[in-house]
Design a protein around this ligand. Sequence first.
Ligand SMILES: [Zn+2]
Length: 267
Amino acid sequence: MPELPEVETVRTGLARSWIGKRIDGVDLRRENLRFPFPEGLSERLTGRTVKDIRRRAKYLLIDLDNGDVLLSHLGMSGKWTLDASDCEGKHDHVVILFDDGSMSVYNDPRRFGVLDIFSGTSHKLLDHLGPEPLEEWTGKDLYEKLQKRKSAVKISILDQKVVVGVGNIYACEALNRAKISPTRVSNKVKKKECDVLVAEIKEILAEAIRVGGSSLRDFAGVDGTLGYFIHQFKVYDKEGKDCDCGGVIERLVQGGRSTFWCRSCQK
Ligand SMILES: [Zn+2]
């Protein structure tokens, strides 16, 4: 599943290709992805020029010249291919033709992606979202959110109301770097620890985006399924391996998902 750094890299790639282009046609090969496509989607897009491309959590927001916003979420397996040479793949569900003759194709084998269009700033998928980790988000903000929570701190930082876009891998890695046990009760985590955890989350996401940005030069398409850019994870999927501190990395299950951590250095 693409995480925030991957989606940010896709955003950069789409922005380079799409901004300033006019949409000349949209071919929808099905009626839905995760949800039905909104009625008249092709008509609302055709003739519009792309003004900007933003990201909110893992949603791509494509601003059009009439104020409408095209919302794209890659789900589990979605990807946009820019300057596509063909669109006959079994899972090529959406084709956008631009005024310069180029074609972008949305491919999504598992079809958990979302494509929607809206006007204004409010959308049901966006309105409940918590703060962006790479924007004005501080240890104090996290600390205040954790005060009301008795769940494990790892569960809390995966909650999109606490902070958006921190997926399972980055949550494990950030907690290891911050030396905080993933099992700690949220409202027992101290303010100073929240400062460190927020700094580590920002750093690990920023690192991944930097790696993603440099990898973007090497491939022609924008591929949300490339996988994770940081290949040298310290704890994720390293059960039984050594932690940097000399301890051993363990796996446990929290909220139905694997947590990798080291009880020697994470307290
Ligand atoms: Zn350790």
